[in-house]
Design a binder for this molecule. Structure first.
Ligand code: HEC
Length: 139
């Protein structure tokens, strides 16, 4: 059982390494206004809705960010597991997903219902645990 877990950990960490975008540079001009950053996620107490967020992510976001959110170098897309992303508030991420950053290749998702955007953020928060840093204590 232990060997199986180790094998799975190695598999998961190699997966996340494969799609990663280590060269991602955050756009310093793309910052959510304070009022937007302070918005709480209405689904915070419903972590079970993250599963639906994962489906939405695979449908709308994975083509650029990869299925594990680690980003893709050729698309210049953000590695959503990085601390620079995870440190932002739910409200700030909601604002970015809603408005996009068209000139840098991130589309606006204002067409998705609000609750689906919050659901996506719940899913983004689960990515932290599967990141290479979490899977490999040596790093
Ligand atoms: C067409 C490609 C594309 C799609 C589809 C896409 N993104 Fe992005 N996304 C990007 C790029 C490129 C960036 C980096 C933008 C920049 O450099 O400012 C980005 C940035 C982001 C950021 C901000 C990262 C930061 O540094 O703060 C978040 C959050 C994000 N995307 C979430 C999503 C979510 C959630 C979806 C699906 C609903 C999605 N993206 C779909 C290309 C895409």
């Amino acid at each position: 059982m232990k060997a199986l877990c180790t094998a799975m950990l190695i598999f998961v960490s190699s997966l996340s390494a494969a799609g990663q975008n280590p060269s991602y540079q955050q756009d310093q001009q793309w910052i959510a206004p304070a009022a937007a950053s302070g918005k709480p996620n209405p689904l915070t107490n419903k972590p079970e809705t993250a599963a639906g967020g994962r489906k939405l992510f695979l449908r709308n976001c994975a083509e650029c960010h990869g299925p594990n959110g680690a980003g893709m170098e050729k698309k210049h897309s953000a590695d959503l597991q990085l601390p620079v992303v995870q440190q932002q508030s739910d409200g700030a991420l909601f604002w970015k997903i809603t408005n996009g950053n068209a000139s840098k290749g991130m589309p606006s998702f204002s067409r998705l219902p609000e609750l689906q955007r919050w659901q996506l953020i719940l899913f983004l928060r689960t990515l932290k645990a599967t990141g290479p840093a979490a899977a490999d204590p040596a790093k």
